[in-house]
Design a protein around this ligand. Sequence first.
Ligand code: AMP
Ligand code: MN
Ligand code: MN
Ligand code: MN
Length: 275
Amino acid sequence: MNADLHCHSTFSDGLLTPTQLVARAYECGVQMLALTDHDELAGLTEARCAAEGVRMRFIDGVEISVSWGEGSIHIVGLRINPLNLELSEGLERTRTSRDSRAIKMAASLAAAGIPDALEGALRYAGNPALISRAHFARFLVEQGYAREVRSVFEHYLVKGKPGFVPHQWASLAEAIGWILASGGMAVIAHPGSYRMSLPVMRELLGTFRDLGGQGLEVLSGAHSPEQYQEYAKLAREYGLHASRGADYHGPKESRMEFGALPELPPDLTPVWQDW
Ligand code: AMP
Ligand code: MN
Ligand code: MN
Ligand code: MN
């Protein structure tokens, strides 16, 4: 099963509309696709329609921004019910909090000599209700501060650099609670990207499981092949189901194309086992 269960459309910080995204995934041989926009469900209906048109299995998803410990992590919700109020209202609060954060980010960039960043970032936001660091990054590339979006994050928008502001996201318990309330499965997104020590990662995995979390993104476009092994081992140890997703954001900006990840190790239980 070529499942790709993590990607972004123009309803968050992806470059393709849900329809274009489904077409791209289909061309790449994906058989089961989840759209997981950041803190937003508004692209799901269009994506599901497009997937039905090409007879591709479609999974309603979301990627929730969470504050945990010193930093932030991402929790993917799969097979969520987009009509569930607990989930949709929680996400709406998260989106609203992004607006004041964006104003502070623009002020921080202005203090570093980069004016008009909020207006600039908004030009790249397909959904004005969801402004992300990726939109600021595109503006900074446009203005010549970096050659590509990925290299923006070496000098801007990260802790200690211009454009970064600390932010209070949902708690881990809230995010998992919203996902479970809507009938979905909670999955830790790209665990290899958090730069946590192994003891801290173990604490996260234990807490996550105790709160009802079930899945770990073992195969991610953000992971190296060594990390595939590392997180496969942790999935076995913590009894977590394994997920697979490119975290595709669009042509040129993504490290990994749709459906290009290897297959999950056969002894792991895929998150889609009982779907
Ligand atoms: P936000 O949710 O506003 O904090 O923005 C996070 C988004 O910025 C991620 O989902 C990525 O799309 C993008 N991003 C963060 N760090 C990097 C990085 N090092 N390289 C490329 N994109 C990044
Ligand atoms: Mn993103
Ligand atoms: Mn993420
Ligand atoms: Mn993502």
